[in-house]
Design a protein around this ligand. Sequence first.
Ligand code: SF4
Ligand code: FES
Length: 547
Amino acid sequence: MPTIKIGDKDCSFEGKKTILEVALDHNIDIPHYCYHPGLSIVASCRICLAEVAQPNPRNDNKLELIPKLVPTCQHLAVDGAEVLTESEKSLANRKAVMEYLLINHPLDCPVCDQAGECFLQDYSYKHGRGYSRFDENKVKNPKKDIGDHVLLYSDRCIMCTRCVRFTREVSGDGELGVNMRGNQAEIDVFPGRPLNNELSGNVVDICPVGALLDKDFLFEQRVWYLNSTPGIDGITASGDNIWVEHNEGRVYRIKPRENADVNQWWISDEIRYGWNFVHDPQRLDTPLWLEGHDQVECDWNHAYREVIDGIRSVTSAGKRLTAIISPMISCEDAYLMAKFARAIDPDALIVTGPTPIDGEDKEFAGGYKIYAEKAPNARGIRRVLEQLVGADQILDHTQLTALLNDRESGSEVGAVLITGNYPSPWITAALGEGVADRFVALIDTLPNRLTGKADVVLPAATWVEKAGTFENANGRLQAFEQAIQPIEFVRSEGQIALDLMAAAQIADPSRFDVNTVRDELGGVFTDNLHRATSEDVRVPDVQYVEI
Ligand code: SF4
Ligand code: FES
């Protein structure tokens, strides 16, 4: 296998790779700004330059020093080459580049959202001078609102052009460009064409400094207080790998988690900002039951008793329970909920909840795809329900709505157990009418047309408040971890199902454990499950001291 020496470390590589790529593969940090693995190479920032000696085929493959410093992000690794990243010349270049970049850069790290995850800050500590020799006035540029989600603080920009290349090569709309030349050069949008494409938030992630900022996150948190939990998109069928970043029980932002097989380095804005319903002040957070005509708050035990009594009074009258299993919930939650339904009523109808579809799938220039299917687990719930009751035993919600609204055949259904967990109100008028006059237990997160009418309402945890598995549009099963504790008194559907089984004396009380359910599902399920690896668990590289 070809090998190069970077510093004093031998680094093997396969295929065609640049020196910087080989270095990064071997956890060697050569400073870089304009290089990004998902974008074309422009070699414009010059911070990655190093001295390179490589075999010269015209001179018996003798090792010869290339007379000029070479951009390691652009120069291909050649077997036998030696890269002197820490030579006097390489270090002097880094220092000069840093001094040049900092000439006009404002000293506003204390109020900059990027502080703590800023390449300019990190490299300044490592390679900067520590003082400025620039006595002239710095160029000052106004802050600009350039799109629905993004602000531009252009005097922080170091002109790496990552953002420009992103809009040309990945999102494809090319809204960003470079205006003017030299120290007047400035990133901007074209007049009348704001940065409003569906992937716009990614430019904030790839900006190595704090020039592009996320309005949603602006001044919300210092990044070193955030914890990152590996998650999976809970809004669409993409299965995009994400970081859920949170502090003290509150989610502050969602970032893409690199996965070459799924979302590369990107996520869409609907995934990035779709979590806001988690902290919606309207969230259902306490169990409710219908006392006469009024829904009143109650404790969980009371709510469970009401559910069990309601279902049993229906089944003892010869009618059936129907359980609507939402594609917004995890495989484990779906499995336990259906298991409870079949345990309390062996004839229970098992129905898959509606899967919202919005337009058509959209593939971007860089290969990233936004899925029209706006539910994370339509395939996963079907998989586990089929395993539990068989494919021929499952109805979809349109069949159920027709059945409920059919006076004759619908009369056999006496109770409906509904799971939701959609990020916006979802119960259709037809479903609302269909369940009228039946016993209704609603397990959901946000108010909808049934919350004032259901016999019992049980508040459910959103996907960031629990662990589980989603199966994406391509049949890829992916595990996600619990990021924050459930708010107030909410519980996961899996825990609610276990509690209901205990309340009905079908099973002993138990705590929901995602691995126990996965073991129960076993076989194909666990064999094909993709989990976040230990490399995915981010360790902050900035240490801070509590004062
Ligand atoms: S705004 Fe950020 S990503 Fe864009 S050129 Fe400037 S530094 Fe680079
Ligand atoms: S990273 Fe190599 S020149 Fe910018």
